[in-house]
Design a protein around this ligand. Structure first.
Ligand SMILES: [Zn+2]
Length: 330
């Protein structure tokens, strides 16, 4: 009997934790972009704050609510997001965001159309009172499109936390992959192709130690990506550098504040674009994705030859390590 109770508790907790996760916004779809990627599209360089799901290149493909909640606000004609719907989920105290839409469903569609009648192609935000337009998990709320900066139709999905500080509200955008019920089935490969040091480029190879020269302080940048299946390329979730057995620098794309959206150049080096990610292994800025930045402490301990490790990690637990030696140039 006791055993049966324990088993039932385990089954119930598994079902509970499963049901806690958000439904992906597009049914039977797959990931095409990850959180924190560099974007040089739209009005100016910025972080990609969502994860993208394929709408099978179709305009008008159904977009579904991730969980029960109500419509928080909509954006019309946003330069980057295009037509967008924000839902608030009281059970999670989180917002979910669906962007680049072609149109909305039901009552939201009627309201959007009447606002568009007034504003035309200009940007507009419509906020809704709490609980006015309720949605349930899986409900069709809108249709996919390519409004805003999207080049091909897809669904951009975000998870946001609202933080109040005094009278101000800050939204912290989180890596939606932490919340969504999505299993990546395609083969994955983390890779770092090249490192730049003082404007010189060095190729990295698997199972080989690469010597990287530096002058006074190593200011390295790494060209990196994770390949998924045949045609998806995302930025690795975490990139770190250990020098002489000490963690010196670490970037992790777990959360980015919405007011940090245009600070992408603090993390990405020149030559970065929607498909190419040059990650800086140094920075003079402090923004949420930069978790460790200890060059100031470490600089004076550097020797002539410094064994180092570049570590790439993804959200599914894969790790890839490249061995380096940082060599001081006389
Ligand atoms: Zn996107």
């Amino acid at each position: 009997m006791k055993k049966l109770i324990i088993i039932s508790i385990i089954i119930l907790s598994v079902i509970f934790s499963f049901s806690q996760r958000f439904l992906p916004p597009v049914k039977d779809s797959y990931l095409t972009s990850s959180f924190g990627e560099y974007r040089d599209t739209g009005d100016k360089p910025h972080f990609h704050l969502g994860i993208d799901f394929s709408s099978f290149s179709r305009i008008g493909y159904p977009v579904n609510a991730a969980a029960d909640g109500y419509v928080y606000k909509i954006w019309l004609n946003h330069k980057i997001y295009g037509n967008t719907i924000f839902l608030y989920h009281p059970d999670y105290d989180l917002l979910t965001v669906y962007a680049h839409l072609s149109s909305f469903n039901g009552l939201i569609s009627e309201i959007a159309n009447s606002v568009i009648g007034e504003v035309g192609n200009s940007f507009a935000e419509v906020k809704f009172p709490e609980d006015e337009i309720r949605v349930s998990k899986g409900e069709e709320i809108a249709y996919s499109g390519k409004s805003g900066e999207a080049e091909i139709p897809h669904v951009h999905f975000e998870v946001r936390e609202i933080k109040k500080s005094g009278n101000d509200e800050i939204e912290i955008v989180r890596d939606a992959l932490e919340f969504v019920d999505y299993v990546e089935m395609r083969p994955r490969k983390l890779e770092a192709l090249e490192i730049r040091s003082n404007n010189r480029t060095f190729k990295l190879l698997d199972d080989q130690i690469t010597e990287i020269p530096f002058a006074t302080l190593p200011k390295l940048e790494v060209k990196t990506a994770e390949k998924i299946g045949n045609n998806t390329k995302i930025v690795p979730r975490k990139i770190s550098l250990r020098v002489n057995d000490e963690l010196v620098y670490e970037v992790e794309f777990d959360a980015i504040r919405n007011d940090e959206m245009y600070s992408a150049n603090a993390v990405y080096g020149y030559g970065s674009n929607i498909f190419t990610y040059w990650i800086k292994l140094y920075s003079s800025s402090f923004i949420t994705p930069i978790k460790v930045n200890r060059w100031n402490e470490i600089a004076f301990t550097l020797k002539d030859r410094n064994p180092a490790e570049l570590i790439l990690e993804d959200i599914w637990g894969t790790i890839k390590i490249y061995k380096l030696v940082l060599v001081k140039e006389m």
